[in-house]
Design a protein around this ligand. Structure first.
Ligand code: M6R
Length: 586
């Protein structure tokens, strides 16, 4: 996790770096820091917490060489000293790091200077470089020799006040790219902080060291052979990276979902046909984490019900343990909004070693996952900034529906259905936006909230409970409705909210019976359905749609419920505690 940014070029204001860093905060926001070359010296600033109010000193700084970091703590507690950048004893070297150095204790043992300011693994890298620079090596040679000793994942940016025309960037298993502008070159964890400056990027690969100067850059491998890396122009479909009229990114992203369904219309049929042929006769495995895993559950349902394929869905962190038992003609279908999730990348790399085909569904263009894949479907839903995934989920589920239909030759039919559904989605938002706010007021002091559903709607229960717990910090759990009586009913007492996701389909009466069993023990029943029922204490009204598409509309009010509950509890839904948007550690 963590976000890093760097710049070398014409003189810029210090706030250019902090503004960019703010856009990276979704990757971690425990603490932050910057280092600038200013009048031939390194000036650095560190603070715990989020970037709120830029220190006057930074506002006054003008610099042509700078780095910044926003942290999600791994090694060492959240504190000012553990915040990056790490700066050398002589104040002539500054470094930021995203990743984890697995052999940092061994390396620490070997260092002659054992005086560390921080508890981080990252400072070891700085010390290694410092020792080599002090023994007379150039910064570039010191960095390249040092990184050869590291085990783990690292995206690094380093500069020295003694070689002020250079910024060194290293990438190994943590994301890093260069953004090329007329005024200089940026390096950053992803494209988002650079969207106002450029659409020309160099996507560094694992094992790359970039020597960046004001107007040019060269890339080498760790043995210092020069490598050609192209500048790629990204024609962005990205929507505005601001919050627009909304109080939070999450709310904006929830409201954008009808348009997300419309954006499905721009998917290329040819790509879907090619992917359909690849998966038609294969053993198919969906992998993903969190919301992307939940989306995979719908993939499984769609593929078995529509296309007659029976895929498995495996949490990406568990996938390496089953890889040995997977048949040779398997296709791995990786789902990830960011395309940088470490568990997914690790699984995919291991699957590739077994020569398995990789298909991915990803939002961030040219992300690590996209580059590792044989075929990619892009979500095209625009930047998702809120830590809680909302519109990416809608995009994943609708594209999986489209793909399952495409296997059966029904690509265009499904496109039309999704287009129609976008209008229903707008209706759902209008119907429920006020009542759900009222409901959030009711549940905000609950200790537990349970979500139940059967069949496809169990997936909605899982996703809705993940949303509520991650941003409101209320304990929320999902159950298959029929399993309540096998244990969870013991948790029900007076007024415990139970959200029942139950369209009027074949399993409605069974689900309703489970809700009644909970109600008999005091539960407060919140019905999410296309038909009201006397057993519901609160009703979230949805229009009638094809039962396979019901999850795409029922999740919307439940995302809103999580959002408003968090806001009522004065918890920032965009940046929940202990989490980060892009989870780049295993
Ligand atoms: O970028 P990814 O889709 O790979 O991220 C996977 C999970 O980390 C992510 O969905 C996470 O669970 C969200 N915070 C859920 O809202």
């Amino acid at each position: 996790m963590c976000g890093i940014i760097g710049f070398i070029g014409e003189t810029i204001k210090g706030t250019v770096i902090t503004d960019a860093l703010k856009k990276l905060e979704y990757r971690g926001y425990d603490s932050w820091g910057t280092a600038f070359l200013s009048e031939n010296k390194i000036e650095f600033f560190k603070q715990t917490g989020q970037i709120n109010g830029i220190p006057e000193k930074i506002k006054k700084i003008n610099s042509s060489l700078a780095i910044g970091h926003t942290r999600w703590a791994t090694h060492g507690k959240i504190s000012k000293v553990n915040a990056h950048p790490h700066v050398s004893v002589n104040n002539d070297l500054a470094l930021v790091h995203n990743g984890i150095i697995e052999n940092f204790s061994e390396l620490k043992e070997k260092l002659s200077d054992k005086n560390f300011f921080s508890e981080t693994d990252s400072e070891v890298i700085l010390k290694l470089i410092e020792e080599k620079v002090n023994s007379g090596k150039s910064l570039f040679n010191a960095v390249s020799e040092s990184v050869s000793l590291l085990k783990g994942s690292f995206a690094l940016l380093v500069f020295s006040s003694k070689e002020k025309d250079k910024l060194i960037a290293v990438k190994h298993e943590s994301p890093l790219l260069l953004g090329i502008t007329e005024k200089g070159i940026f390096a950053a964890s992803d494209q988002i902080p650079l969207s106002n400056f450029t659409n020309q990027f160099v996507f560094l690969e694992d094992g790359d060291i970039a020597l960046i100067e004001k107007n040019n850059f060269k890339v080498f491998d760790f043995s210092l052979n020069e490598i050609k890396r192209e500048i790629i122009k990204v024609e962005s479909e990205i929507t505005s990276s601001g919050k627009l009229k909304y109080s939070h990114f999450m709310l904006k992203e929830i409201m954008e979902q009808p348009f997300v369904l419309k954006s499905v219309l721009s998917q290329e049929e040819k790509n879907f046909n090619e992917i359909s042929s690849l998966i038609k006769d294969s053993n198919l495995f969906f992998i993903g984490n969190g919301t992307s895993f939940n989306a995979g559950l719908f993939g499984k349902e769609f593929f078995s019900r529509i296309a007659g394929i029976n895929p498995q869905v495996i949490e990406a962190s568990e996938f390496p343990y089953v890889l040995d038992f997977i048949p040779e003609n398997s296709v791995i279908f990786a789902l990830s909004q960011s395309g940088e999730t470490a568990d997914v990348l690790d699984s995919v790399k291991k699957a590739k070693k077994k020569n398995l085909k990789i298909i991915s569904m990803v939002n961030v263009f040219n992300s690590s996952l996209a580059r590792l894949s044989d075929k990619v479907i892009y979500l095209n839903c625009g930047e998702e900034i809120g830590v809680a995934s909302t519109k990416a989920f809608t995009s994943q589920v609708s594209l999986l529906y489209l793909l399952a239909n495409s296997v059966k030759g029904n690509f265009n039919k499904a496109l039309n259905e999704l287009n129609e559904l976008s209008f229903k989605m707008t209706e759902v938002i209008e119907l429920n936006k006020n009542s759900v706010k009222e409901l959030s007021h009711k549940i905000k002091s609950s200790k537990d909230v349970f979500f139940i559903g059967r069949s496809l709607n169990y997936g909605v229960a899982l996703e809705a409970s993940l949303k509520l717990k991650e941003i409101s910090y209320i304990h929320a759990e999902a159950f298959q409705a029929g399993s309540l009586k096998h244990g969870p009913l013991a948790l029900i007492s007076d007024n415990v909210p139970v959200v029942v996701i139950a369209p009027k389909d074949k399993v409605f009466s069974d689900t309703l019976n489970n809700a009644i069993q909970a109600k008999a023990r005091g539960a407060f029943i919140i019905g999410v359905s296309d038909e009201n029922n006397n057993e519901f204490d609160f009703f979230i009204k949805l229009p009638k749609v094809n039962e396979l598409l019901f999850p795409l509309i029922s999740i919307i009010p439940l995302q809103l419920l999580a959002f408003h509950t968090a806001v009522f509890l004065e918890r920032n839904p965009d940046k929940p505690k202990n989490l980060a948007k892009s989870v780049t550690v295993k």
